[in-house]
Ligand binder design. Structure first.
Ligand SMILES: Nc1ncnc2c1ncn2[C@@H]1O[C@H](COP(=O)(O)OP(=O)(O)O)[C@@H](O)[C@H]1O
Ligand SMILES: [Mg+2]
Length: 273
């Protein structure tokens, strides 16, 4: 029996009241015991941080570079826009086409939030076509969102503690070629509603596939509270961006992150990227 089958069998055993044990990851320190999400989240304090080598994840490190400052500014803007009368705590990050920096933005924003606030931030990889959060964090998860949606694996069995602030990751689990049915399922709605209800003071950030070629992000926009849109200089053309943005304007669009800008804006003797 494969490890995934074992994990699913254990989850089923727990639901029927027998001993469920725990899900095993390649790296034992990342192993999450089977227990309630609340109890699990409490256990996330004081875990040693995972080692992240990717230089693009500037927010992991302690130096205050221009990139870190930019992500901290983004964090402040997001907090200001989401903490109103009702807290918009479920956010998705999307863009027009691929390689615009959605995943990097979702990761750096989540890390920046998780480091500053005494709050758990849950980052969910809903790019089931090309999941990459686990790759950027050098994780090798065996289960993830797909197993929760398809196999009824309890959510808490797929969560990975990172020790980076209080950042918790729900990886995709596996690649799905056409995830539209899976993302349209009531199970996903239930999971998102459960996360929102159980953790009303915490952010849940969803990374998504590009919105122009695929329906996935548009489907998710109906479930989450707000959307953050990434535009990378030199990628999509303005007509494509405008077409895609029209969809998200109806779904509480928080704003646009202009990524990898090369244009200089000059005022007096100051120059800004
Ligand atoms: N501002 C940036 N400067 C340089 N490289 C970037 C920048 N933003 C993203 N990248 C790189 O571009 C690639 C695609 O980024 P990614 O976040 O995976 O895009 P997406 O999720 O939109 O497909 C990655 O290799 C990433 O490191
Ligand atoms: Mg991505």
């Amino acid at each position: 029996m494969s490890r995934i089958e074992e994990a699913i069998k254990k989850a089923a055993a727990e639901r029927s009241g027998t001993d469920a044990g725990s899900v095993r990851f390649e790296r034992p320190e990342l192993q999450v015991k089977t227990k309630s999400i609340k109890a699990h989240i409490r256990d996330l304090l004081n875990v040693p941080p995972i080692k992240v080598d990717n230089l693009m994840l500037a927010t992991v490190r302690e130096e205050k570079t221009a990139a870190v400052e930019a992500y901290n500014k983004l964090r402040s803007a997001v907090v200001a826009l989401t903490k109103g009368d009702s807290f918009l705590n479920t956010l998705m990050v999307t863009s027009t086409v691929s390689a615009e920096g959605k995943t990097m933005t979702a990761l750096n924003l989540s890390i920046s939030l998780a480091k500053q606030y005494d709050h758990t931030v849950l980052l969910v990889d809903t790019d089931l076509r090309r999941p990459s959060i686990h790759k950027y964090l050098d994780l090798q998860p065996e289960v993830g969102l797909v197993n929760c949606l398809r196999d009824n694996l309890p959510l808490e069995d797929a969560l990975i503690k990172t020790g980076i602030g209080k950042l918790v990751v729900l990886p995709a689990g596996e690649i799905i070629e056409d995830p539209v049915d899976m993302l349209s399922s009531d199970r996903l709605k239930t999971i998102v509603a459960e996360l929102k209800q159980r953790y009303p003071d915490r952010y849940v950030v969803f990374d998504t596939p590009p919105a122009l070629p695929f329906a996935d992000a548009g489907i998710l926009a109906n479930i989450v509270d707000a959307t953050l849109f990434v535009v990378r200089e030199g990628k999509a053309n303005s007509a494509e961006i405008q077409t895609t943005l029209e969809t998200f304007k109806q779904h509480h669009l928080l704003g646009v992150v202009y990524n990898d800008a090369h244009t200089f804006f000059k005022t007096d003797s100051y120059a800004y990227y």
